[in-house]
Design a protein around this ligand. Structure first.
Ligand code: PEP
Ligand code: MG
Length: 593
């Protein structure tokens, strides 16, 4: 008997009920006739050209459509586009039609086989790996030749997308509007599927295991991304129960949206600023509608990663000006370019670093590539005239690096002055605390900046030595590890002694449980993905701050992560018994048992 219940990790909250569609990614076997007569070459060449052209358009379209938060995937699209335009591939395939009288499908296969053979002779593993990209593009072209793409999809009906794993490139052939939820066999709490689902605001469960064999296309599914469950072909009673639960979730979301603009003020007068994390100017409206007071983290990488050539100063200026005007009078905090590790620029991949997360990343890349850094700083400074801008440097390891970055900023300001280009002279300058060495020197750093923003995603990665993208160690990514709690507390205390405000812009800020501890430590601002803002503001408005302070103290002194996790869970469950089931958390819920 087939399994009909699957467990996974909820990465985007909600409940979906709908038909299944499994994203097949196998290269379809070529069944077209191999040989053609000389009179058919014209037709076959036209089919081949049309298939290349449709694939090119499809990739360009996907580049425009994919959610901006999937920045690390856009490089793949740029690479695929280059392959699709590669004259060598096109010529080899056309030649096989003209000279060998092969049908378009077989000609394409021959051209790809020839490339594969030439790649296999190359020792460089990086180049050899590019063969996978060539194959992926060939699959798409073949799909067009065989008409597979249109016929393999469910007809105009919303569906739950199942897959082994999903990247934005995989969704090229799907209309994202039709997808009501995701589930993947692979994946961890930090998987791309979750980022994509959160950005599209649809429920998602990852790390579910063997779905492909157990679920047929068209099966009725309940995807419960509150509990991390998938039910296949449930009976009517179960369906009705989930429909009721789905209605309750929607009603709660509607209440949150109605109250989104209320300030995040717990009883007692304290106020915390809640802002949004975004990657493109288009997302500003989502933040403001969700009740965010501006942008606490503008990840500027997207403008660089989605292209093969780096953007010009004018491109950047226009992007930043548009963002500042849309957000005004609210603040926008620009994080200077943080490429490397999981956000590789196309040319950075050539560096072949064994440990890119410990390599030429963030401010290190910028100080080494000052033409790019200066271009970005000029664009931010020029745009600062159009709104309320602030700037911060990522991945700072200590005072020396901060001074080097500030020296470059000052030189750029002088250049602008000399050319009489106006900019906001009072634009606050801050830094991200993401490395333990920065946390330990927070007292010195605080004397030289206007604000701190703690990037907990990286702070956890570098403090616990747990790769944030590695599913094998994802259970060790523990935000309330006493080592993390103590580090954050140290930074907050050092900063406050110097009169410097502290923001949290990592995922911890949008976790309901972590929030208690952060507020208890005296955090001044939090910044998160737009869709998390209304729910987090709701919790803040109903919190007892004295309780948070007590919890933060206990977390600081705790001997075990489990004890802290249990404590925050109990506290929130008492305060929000009805609403808590509608939130998902970064914490390993297994700890609560
Ligand atoms: C962080 O590290 O917490 C952060 C906000 O930056 P990013 O996730 O972009 O590395
Ligand atoms: Mg970071």
């Amino acid at each position: 008997m087939k399994r009909n219940i699957f467990h996974g990790i909820s990465v985007s909250a909600g409940i979906a009920i709908g038909r299944a569609f499994f994203l097949a990614r196998k290269f379809p076997q070529v069944q077209a006739a191999r040989e053609i007569s000389p009179t058919q070459t014209g037709t076959e060449l036209a089919r081949l050209d049309a298939a290349f052209e449709s694939t090119r358009r499809e990739i360009e379209d996907a580049g425009r459509r994919i959610p901006p938060s999937l920045k690390d995937q856009t490089g793949i699209l740029a690479a695929h586009l280059m392959i699709c335009r590669d004259p060598k591939l096109i010529q080899a395939a056309r030649q096989a039609v003209k000279s060998d009288f092969l049908s378009a499908e077989w000609a394409l296969e021959k051209a790809v086989a020839a490339i594969a053979e030439s790649f296999s002779l190359i020792e460089d593993s990086y180049i050899r790996e590019r063969l996978q990209d060539v194959r992926a593009v060939a699959e798409r072209i073949m799909g067009h030749l065989r008409g597979r793409l249109a016929s393999a999809l469910p007809p105009d009906e919303p569906f739950i997308l199942l897959a082994h794993d999903i990247t934005p490139a995989d969704t090229l052939e799907l209309s994202l509007k039709q997808i009501i939820a995701f589930a993947t066999e692979e994946g961890s709490r930090t998987a791309h599927t979750g980022i994509m689902a959160r950005s599209l605001q649809i429920p998602a469960v990852v790390g579910v295991g063997a779905l492909e064999e157990a679920v047929n296309d068209g099966d009725m599914l309940v995807l419960d991304a509150l509990e991390g469950l998938i039910l296949v072909n449930p009976d009517q009673a179960v369906l009705s129960r989930y429909q009721t639960q789905q209605n309750k979730f929607s009603a709660f979301q509607a209440t949150l949206r109605r109250n989104a603009k209320l300030p995040a003020e717990p009883p007692g007068g304290f106020r915390v600023a809640v802002r949004g994390n975004i990657e493109t100017p288009d997302e500003v409206m989502a933040v403001l509608k969700a009740g965010g007071e501006g942008i606490g983290l503008y990840r500027t990488e997207y403008g660089f990663i989605c292209r093969v050539e780096p953007p010009s100063e004018e491109d950047l200026f226009e992007e930043y000006r548009r963002l500042l005007s849309a957000a005004a009078p609210h603040k926008v905090v620009f994080r200077t370019l943080d490429v490397g590790a999981d956000k590789m620029l196309w040319d950075q991949k050539m560096l072949e670093e064994a440990n890119p997360a410990l390599g030429l990343r963030g401010i290190r890349y910028c100080l080494r590539n000052q033409d790019v850094f200066r271009r970005q700083l000029r664009a931010i400074l020029r745009a600062s005239m159009y709104g309320n801008a602030a700037l911060m440097f990522p991945m700072i390891s200590g005072p020396r690096e901060l001074r080097q970055a500030k020296a470059v900023l000052n030189e750029v300001k002088q250049e602008l002055d000399t050319s009489k280009v106006p900019f906001d002279r009072h634009m606050p300058v801050g830094l991200m605390i993401e490395l333990p060495a920065a946390a330990m020197t927070a007292d010195i750093l605080a004397r030289e900046v206007d604000f701190f923003s703690i990037g907990t995603n990286d702070l956890i990665q570098y403090s616990i030595a747990v790769d944030r993208t590695n599913k094998h160690v994802s259970s060790l990514h523990q935000p309330l590890h006493p080592g993390i709690v103590r580090t954050i507390k140290l930074v907050v205390d050092m900063a406050h002694m110097a009169g410097v405000p502290v923001s949290i812009c990592g995922e911890m800020a949008s976790d309901p449980y972590c929030l208690l501890i952060l507020l208890g430590m005296g955090i001044d601002e939090i910044s998160m993905a737009p869709q998390a803002i209304p729910g987090i503001k709701h919790i803040i408005r109903h919190l007892d701050l004295d309780e948070c302070t007590r919890l933060a103290r206990e977390a600081h002194d705790a001997g075990s992560i489990q004890a802290v996790n249990r404590l925050v869970k109990l506290t929130l469950a008492q305060a929000f018994p009805d609403e808590l089931p509608f939130y998902i958390s970064l914490l390993d819920t297994g700890d609560f048992a």
